[in-house]
Design a protein around this ligand. Structure first.
Ligand SMILES: Cc1cc2nc3c(=O)[nH]c(=O)nc-3n(C[C@H](O)[C@H](O)[C@H](O)COP(=O)(O)O)c2cc1C
Length: 236
């Protein structure tokens, strides 16, 4: 590639897409107001365009709102309290180890979160209280559970990951805040039972969503991204 060539002028689409990608962030405090069904359907309709392996579209989405969301939150909280200290029993194993820059980045975003809510380093009781917010769905009025189909294996999960990302970006375009939640997947079996999902469904993660509580300090920080020099290898 010719390094002297100036970058192409961004199109309106490029700028709009970059704006959405920049604006999206994980929301960890929501307002209680439920979203109109039409807004949720608009998000789902866009996310439905996600590419997938052989167009298998392995994602299934269960959305709990209102009393169903309250019941699910209560289940998640009781599961979280009941299994405190136990190894995660998620359908997809959690990372075995964080090494090098992955460990550094994980620590950095954890400290950003704790600093935002005034949790002191090493305060394990406060860490646990903040972790429990996951299972309270950060007070979001809606939660989507994303599952894939067991026989599709890792690529089904990859496709669902792309779906999750597109769901979150589409939501951003409509002023809807989101957070992907692998924490919920720790209780995959309980989720399957609660919602009567087939035994062949595998829980990838949840997405809590709604309107952001923009005044809440937990929503005030933004995470960083590595530069291209850290992730791209040019071979010419
Ligand atoms: C698949 C997936 C699962 C996640 N699970 C959780 C979770 O369980 N709890 C949480 O607080 N954040 C969760 N996150 C949010 C990440 O921590 C967050 O995306 C990352 O720190 C980057 O910050 P940003 O989303 O604000 O850009 C998850 C993100 C992804 C993509």
């Amino acid at each position: 590639m010719d390094q002297q060539t100036p970058p192409p002028a961004p199109t309106a689409d490029t700028l709009a897409f970059d704006r959405l990608m920049t604006a999206r962030h994980s929301c960890r405090a929501f307002r209680p107001d439920p979203l109109p069904r039409a807004t949720i359907e608009a998000i789902l309709t866009i996310a439905q365009k996600t590419a997938s392996w052989n167009n298998t579209q392995p994602w299934q989405v269960t959305i709990a709102s209102g009393a169903a969301r309250d019941a699910f939150r209560d289940l998640m909280v009781s599961q979280a309290i009941g299994s405190a200290g136990a190894k995660p029993d998620a359908d997809f194993p959690f990372p075995r180890e964080y090494r090098g820059v992955a460990l550094d980045r994980r620590r950095a975003c954890g400290f950003q979160l704790y600093d935002a809510v005034g949790v002191a380093r090493g305060d394990k009781v406060a860490y646990a209280r903040q972790a429990l917010r996951n299972f309270q769905l950060f007070d979001a009025p809606h939660v989507a559970i994303i599952t894939t189909e067991e026989p599709l294996g890792v690529y089904g999960a990859v496709d669902c990951g792309a779906y999750v990302s597109n769901f979150m970006t589409a939501a951003t375009s409509l002023g809807v805040a989101t957070i992907a939640q692998a924490a919920l997947a720790v209780h995959s079996k309980a989720i399957r039972t609660h919602f009567g999902m087939g035994e062949d469904r595998r829980v990838v993660c949840g997405i809590s969503f709604g309107l952001a509580d923009v005044a809440h300090p937990v929503n005030a920080y933004r995470t960083a991204r590595a530069g291209l020099d850290e992730v791209v290898t040019w071979v010419e």
